[in-house]
Design a protein around this ligand. Structure first.
Ligand SMILES: Nc1ncnc2c1ncn2[C@@H]1O[C@H](COP(=O)(O)OP(=O)(O)OP(=O)(O)O)[C@@H](O)[C@H]1O
Ligand SMILES: [Mg+2]
Length: 477
């Protein structure tokens, strides 16, 4: 197997000092001692909570072949006999290695930013590009000041398509990251109220996302959402940044890559997309208009990257929603089953609306109910009460009659919901989990969504623990 990096290249890229007898090279890059794989280089990064140097021996126990450590911490690591590369600043060394990875590759590079849908679109691109060549894409949501460089550093030299997620909570975060990634194609999925507490309005959020234009390769492409209210602003910002190829996607009649039609099912969906003058019928293995919108953006990026659009479209049939972002479980209860939709990973006004629409399109069985189990959307600052209260009209319009809530901000929603809706409110996630486990019934469709900080994963875990997976075949035996 070819090495990901030779030790020689590592030293050159990071201007590091070898310490001990270095191996020929490494097969992987790790910054988490718990998930180190044998043959990895472990970078001892100092994070918000922990310093990787304190976990160096655990990384070695898990198979790390090489440690990248800081000069200042070296004396404290004296008892370790593992070879090391010593640098001034480990995070900076990782950044330099990422830049070297980008410099050595001939891959077409796609970067995805936006308020929601980055990871979903990135995973779609991984699936869509795989039939066309070797794809390297970020793990999970690796999109910040360590996630982006670690993803770059992990990119094999012979990668043909590289897909990167770039995120931000504050203005100024995207600029340095996109300069590392240097995409040929940059996508802004949509602009919506996420991390709104750090901004005054949506235009400020759009301006921060527009930083992605600064790092697009000369002659590169940008893809903007034509349906989003910030389209005009972003288009101008792209022109100002000197982007020549500005493209649009969406349902808008003037969108260049257009979703001509959408047929949403309960568990799957079909869309008709106009890509490069041709209309493709695309089956997607997950429901939701928002997923279909991301699919159009992904197909446009596939086309602009010169990969095979037909194979990409066919690949979406095998898509399934990701854990915490719409993954579905069918669980046995009574003489039948209920459906659990896991949206516990995050929530903001845009993704709440998308998930409520998916719940509305779901079909309960028999006497089953559609139940929205909702927790606070965090980081909304002074807008918190308003955005939570506004969900009442969204739920009513969607015809959701059962709403179970927890979290201080959700009190605003509870107050807005009329008596026609059956509402349960609990102060804590634990109390809501117990209530949900005791109250769910046969035929129900239960959608659980909240910001991660509320810990709604606990509600999912409780239900999965209490109710076994339902299997049709099992019941026939
Ligand atoms: N285009 C979209 N419009 C609205 N909601 C969306 C869209 N795409 C995905 N979502 C929903 O938003 C939530 C987050 O999705 P995803 O993880 O893809 O976003 P992200 O931008 O990567 O988030 P993060 O900033 O946390 O990394 C999920 O609930 C998902 O279903
Ligand atoms: Mg993400």
């Amino acid at each position: 197997m070819t090495l990901l990096w030779t030790s020689e290249d590592l030293i050159a890229a990071m201007a590091g000092r070898p310490f001990g007898t270095l191996p020929a090279g490494v097969n992987g890059i790790s910054i988490d001692s718990r998930t180190v794989a044998p043959g990895d280089a472990f970078f001892a990064i100092k994070g918000d909570r922990v310093d990787g140097h304190n976990f160096a021996s655990l990384a070695v126990a898990n198979g790390a072949e090489l440690l990248v450590v800081s000069e200042a911490k070296l004396p404290a690591l004296g008892r370790l006999v593992t070879p090391m590369i010593v640098v001034d600043d480990v995070l900076e060394a990782l950044r330099l290695l990422g830049i070297a990875a980008r410099a050595r590759t001939g891959a077409r590079i796609i970067a995805v930013t936006g308020s929601v849908g980055k990871t979903t679109t990135k995973e779609m691109l991984r699936l869509a590009l795989s039939p066309s060549g070797r794809v390297h894409a970020a793990v999970a949501s690796f999109n910040n000041h360590w996630g982006v460089p670690v993803t770059l550093a992990r990119m094999p030299a012979d990668t043909e398509y590289g897909v990167f997620e770039i995120g931000m909570n504050h203005p100024g975060e995207i600029t340095p990251l996109v300069h590392q990634v240097r995409p040929h194609v940059a996508i802004i999925t949509t602009i919506a109220a996420a991390h709104l507490g750090n901004f005054h309005n949506l235009k400020e959020i759009a301006a921060a996302k527009a930083e992605i234009f600064d790092g697009v390769e000369p002659g590169g492409h940008v893809l903007l959402n034509r349906d989003n209210a910030q389209f005009g602003f972003l288009e101008k910002a792209a022109q100002t940044a000197g982007i020549v190829h500005i493209h649009s996607f969406g349902q808008h009649a003037k969108a260049e890559y257009r979703m001509a039609e959408y047929d949403g099912g309960s568990e799957r969906s079909t869309l008709w997309a106009t890509i490069g003058g041709e209309t493709l019928e695309v089956e997607i293995g997950a429901p939701g208009r928002h997923i279909a919108e991301n699919a159009v953006a992904a197909l446009a990026a596939v086309s602009l990257s010169g990969a095979d659009v037909h194979k990409a479209a066919a690949a979406f049939a095998t898509l399934s929603a990701v854990k915490g972002r719409g993954a579905r479980h069918r669980l046995a209860i009574g003489h039948g089953s209920f459906t659990l939709i896991d949206e516990s990973y995050n929530a903001n006004p845009a993704s709440m609306r998308a998930a409520i629409a998916v719940l509305a399109a779901s079909v309960p069985q028999g006497q089953g109910r559609r139940i929205a189990v909702l927790g606070d959307m965090l980081e909304m600052g002074e807008f918190a009460a308003k955005v939570h209260g506004e969900l009442a009209s969204v739920l009513l319009a969607a015809g959701i009659e059962h709403v179970w809530l927890a979290g201080p901000e959700m009190a605003a929603l509870k107050n807005e919901l009329p008596d026609s809706v059956s509402v349960a409110y609990h102060d804590t996630t634990d109390a809501l989990a117990a209530f949900a486990a005791a109250s769910v019934g046969e035929g129900d469709v239960v959608m659980v969504k909240s910001s991660l900080g509320l810990g709604f994963g606990k509600i999912i875990a409780t239900l999965l623990d209490m109710y076994p997976a339902f299997s049709d075949t099992g019941r026939l035996n």
